[in-house]
Design a binder for this molecule. Structure first.
Ligand code: 0RA
Length: 417
């Protein structure tokens, strides 16, 4: 037995060195992990922790997530999931929770759910937040007890302690962002609340709340309708073309997509696209697939139903998206992004899959809802007419300019003579 112990110990020492290097790297170059040390980065810490709870919810084990801003400068995120495992990890000889919170890339190791697709740093987030926190406390309700462990700057300072009996399950992470790293360590309710609301829209049914114990402000978000309610929220003060948003979802191998849209009588398109809960501001293959399928399906419907427009030209993408509010949410196993900023999806296979799903669903939706179909197409034809008229007017003005210029030129020539 002592032999084994010495082996374990020497292993532990070695890995301990790499651990220090790992967390040291985070503290040396926080920008590489959380994009900076400004206010955005500070709030990013919160979203990293929340993402872990969202993952637990996506796996089907949690339906409440509460963020609490504490007056002592810390922030707590509490969920009612299974609780981070507390058992001793066989290879590493320390509690799993300690491994998850103090080692870079320990995220996936314990992950037995294949649906872990939420945003953030793909499960390595919690240890990054720990490294950048002056202090962190993990409190876990699991296996009949409340367990507690504390860390400072990502380093364990107390052994995992069994505090008391507890019948519930769940995880609470409390952290104090490191003042020596961030410009400003004050949390802002106005920055946290909108993103938490967005997460609640994107993950139907989960109750997500935020409480500010400095000011007693409280908001909670829970949307059984998911992105349909997101669309209703976007069109809140608009007059809509059809009563209920169009919604559909589909699955194709390792892609799941959800789409909701509703037209209003305005002339602007508003599209929010997401991949694994991350807002892809610059879109990408999921969005290209959606746009292509929308345009093609509406034009096909017109042809099939002999609906004509005066121009005989197909409706363009811009024509069919005028006045449209759209949310497209994709869940992708191995998302590839154009850059570290994760704002544009590049997986080529996604485009075709989304196109197929959208064409199929939308095609039958239009067949089954001819009244809505007619309204959408009438709006598109209107947009096309306005677009072509504007184009003609522009061309006319240009021709007129050319004409005026040449006569002016002629007159100047006269003068010179
Ligand atoms: C790994 C395995 C299991 C749960 C979790 C991670 C977990 C992590 C977080 C982070 C925040 N809240 C969380 N809740 C759960 C479950 C292993 C099992 O019970 O089989």
């Amino acid at each position: 037995m002592p032999e084994i112990e010495s082996v374990v110990n020497s292993d532990y020492d070695e890995s301990n060195i790499t651990v220090l290097q790992g967390l040291e790297a985070v503290r040396l170059r926080p920008g590489m992990y959380i994009g900076g040390v400004d206010s955005a980065a500070l709030h990013h810490l919160v979203f990293e922790i929340v993402d872990n709870s969202v993952d637990e919810a996506l796996a089907g084990f949690c339906n409440e997530i509460h963020a609490i801003i504490n007056p002592d400068g810390s922030l707590s995120v509490e969920d009612n999931g299974r609780g981070i495992p507390v058992g001793i990890h066989e290879e590493e000889g320390i509690p799993a929770v300690e491994l998850i919170l103090t080692r870079l890339h320990a995220g996936g190791k314990f992950d037995n759910s294949n649906y872990k697709v939420s945003g953030g740093l793909n499960g390595v987030g919690a240890s990054v937040v720990n490294a950048l926190s002056g202090k962190m406390i993990a409190e876990i309700h699991r296996e009949g007890f409340l367990w507690k462990q504390e860390y400072e700057q990502g380093i364990t300072v107390t052994p995992l302690e069994k505090v008391e009996e507890s019948k519930k399950t769940g995880t609470q992470i409390t952290f104090w962002p490191d003042e020596t790293i961030f410009d400003n360590v004050e949390f802002n309710f106005e920055i946290l609340a909108p993103r938490l609301r967005e997460l609640a829209f994107l993950n139907r049914g989960i109750l997500i709340s935020i409480r500010d114990n400095r000011t007693d402000r409280y908001q909670e978000f829970q949307y059984e309708g998911g992105i349909v309610e997101f669309i209703k929220h976007m069109n809140e003060n608009k007059s809509v073309l059809h009563e209920s948003p169009v919604y559909f979802s589909g699955k194709s191998e390792d892609v799941e997509i959800e789409v909701a849209f509703q037209y209003n009588d305005s002339y602007t398109e508003r599209i929010y696209s997401f991949v694994n809960n991350i807002n892809t501001v610059e879109g990408g293959t999921h969005l290209t697939g959606f746009k292509g399928a929308l345009t093609r399906t509406l034009n096909n419907y017109m042809t099939a139903n002999k609906i004509t427009n005066d121009s005989k030209e197909n409706l363009s993408g811009e024509d069919v998206r005028e006045g449209m509010a759209v949310v497209i949410s994709a869940r992708v196993m191995n998302p590839q992004f154009e850059s570290q900023k994760k704002i544009k999806l590049t997986n080529v296979e996604i485009k075709g899959k989304v196109e197929t799903l959208v064409s199929e669903y939308l095609g039958s939706f239009l067949e089954e809802n001819p009244v809505v179909a007619k309204k959408i197409i009438a709006k598109g034809i209107d947009a096309q007419r306005a677009r072509l008229a504007a184009k003609k007017a522009r061309e006319l003005t240009r021709r007129k300019n050319v004409l005026e210029f040449s006569t002016l030129h002629g007159k100047l020539a006269d003068c010179q003579e």
